[in-house]
Design a protein around this ligand. Structure first.
Ligand SMILES: [Zn+2]
Length: 359
C-alpha cells in the first residue's frame, strides 16, 4: 500500500478498483453465457488496465455500445463517463480521444489524466484514452519505439504501451492490395466511419455515433507529430469553431503554452476535426504536440520522460492546458455560461514540478 501516496491530492485507489470491478461486471453482464475473456478482447482489457479511474467516473462503457459489430474485437475500446455530482443525462457532453495513433503517447497520457482527475461542473465528460485499442498492441515495424513508457506514479507503477499509427494487420478484416491501402487501418483517415466497412472504419463510425447520441458539444482528438512534419504544437479546428481555438490559444499563451492555429480544409477528408465538425454540431479540434521519436526508423531507446527537447511532462501538460483553455472559451462565449468548466486537472506547472504525483 505504500504506493498510494496520493491520498492527499484526492486520488482514490479504492474507487479506482471499484470502477474496474464495475466495468468487469458490466462486461460480463452483456454476455452472461460467455466468460469475460470471450466478452472482451485482450486489447480492450489492456486498454482498461492502463487507466486509474478517479472518483468522478460514473461508468465505464465501450465503443461497441455505439457499433455492436465491434463487440469482442480488438477495435472495441473502453469509454469513460465522468459526470458532475448530480448526474443528469440531459447535460451536454465533451469528448476527448487519445490513442487514435498508438505511438502518440502524450495524447494517451493526457487523456488518462482526465480519467483520473477531471471534475466537470455542468457537462458530461466522455474520454476514450485508446481510440484504436488494436494499434496499442502492435509496435510499428517501420517506426519502433520503446515497448512502453513507464511512470512510477503515485498510484503505483504505470505503463502506457507504445504502439503504432495503424491497426494491427491481424485485427483488420479488409485485405490490403497496395501500400496505399494502409490507410484502411489508420483511424484518423476513416472518419466519420462506415458501419459496414473495415473494422477500423467501424471504430470511426462508433465514435461518430457517440458524438450524435451523447450530444457532444466539443470534441478533442489528441495527437503527436514528428519533428519534420511541421504539425507539432498545432491546434487544427473546424472553421465553424475557429474563434474558440483562437481564444484558447491566447489564454493558454499566458500560461506558457505556445500553439499555432490551423483550420480544417477539404484536403483533410477523413480526419476527425474535419468530419466531426462537418457532419455534426460538435465543435471539433485536433491537438498536436511534438514526439521526437516519430522519425523514420524510430527511436526505440529514446527516453520520453526526460527527453531534452520535449519531455513527457511538457507534452502532456500542453495537451491538458490546450483542452482546458478552449473549453474555457466555450464557457465564456456560449449562451449557457460556464457549461464546459472542468476542475481538478493538473496544469503545465504542476506536471513540470510533480509529474509522477498525478499518475
Ligand atoms: Zn496522429
Amino acid at each position: 500500500m505504500a504506493y498510494y501516496k496520493a491520498h492527499s491530492v484526492g486520488y482514490c485507489p479504492l474507487l479506482s478498483f471499484l470502477g474496474l470491478a464495475l466495468a468487469l461486471l458490466s462486461a460480463s453482464a452483456q454476455a452472461p453465457s460467455q466468460g469475460l475473456s470471450q466478452a472482451r478482447h485482450p486489447a480492450f482489457l489492456a486498454a482498461m488496465a492502463e487507466q486509474r479511474p478517479g472518483k468522478a467516473v460514473s461508468r465505464i462503457g465501450a465503443l461497441s455500445e455505439y457499433q455492436p459489430a465491434l463487440k469482442g474485437t480488438a477495435l472495441d475500446s473502453p469509454v469513460y463517463f465522468i459526470e458532475p455530482q448530480d448526474p443528469n443525462p440531459a447535460l451536454p457532453a465533451i469528448l476527448i480521444l487519445g490513442g487514435s495513433h498508438g505511438d502518440e503517447i502524450a495524447g494517451v497520457a493526457a487523456a488518462s489524466l482526465f480519467v483520473s482527475w477531471a471534475r466537470p461542473s455542468a457537462a458530461r465528460l466522455i474520454v476514450v484514452p485508446r481510440a484504436n485499442a488494436s494499434a496499442a498492441t502492435w509496435p510499428d515495424p517501420d517506426r519502433p519505439g520503446p515497448q512502453a513508457v513507464y511512470i512510477s506514479g503515485a498510484s503505483g507503477d504505470r505503463s502506457f504501451r507504445y504502439g503504432s499509427r495503424l491497426t494491427k494487420p491481424e485485427d483488420e478484416t479488409t485485405p490490403e492490395l497496395s501500400l496505399a491501402d494502409r490507410d484502411l487501418r489508420n483511424l484518423n483517415r476513416l472518419h466519420p466511419g462506415d458501419a459496414q466497412g473495415s473494422k477500423t472504419a467501424q471504430a470511426a463510425a462508433a465514435i461518430f455515433a457517440l458524438i450524435i447520441k451523447e450530444n457532444v458539444k466539443a470534441a478533442f482528438d489528441l495527437h503527436e507529430a514528428s519533428p519534420v512534419s511541421g504539425l507539432a504544437w498545432n491546434i487544427i479546428a473546424h472553421p465553424k469553431n475557429l474563434t474558440y481555438a483562437a481564444m484558447g490559444i491566447l489564454a493558454a499563451d499566458e500560461r506558457g503554452v505556445r500553439m499555432v492555429l490551423d483550420q480544417s480544409r477539404d484536403t483533410h477528408r477523413g480526419l476527425s476535426h474535419r468530419e466531426w465538425g462537418q457532419g455534426s454540431e460538435t465543435a471539433a479540434y485536433l491537438i498536436e504536440t511534438l514526439n521526437p521519436g516519430q522519425v523514420s526508423g524510430g527511436r526505440a531507446d529514446m527516453d520520453h520522460l526526460d527527453n531534452a527537447v520535449a519531455p513527457l511532462w511538457k507534452r502532456v501538460g500542453i495537451q491538458v492546458e490546450t483542452v482546458l483553455a478552449i473549453l474555457s472559451a466555450h464557457s465564456e462565449m456560449d449562451s449557457q455560461a460556464g457549461w464546459a468548466e472542468i476542475r481538478g486537472m493538473p496544469g503545465l506547472e504542476d506536471l513540470k514540478h510533480e509529474f509522477t504525483k498525478y499518475f
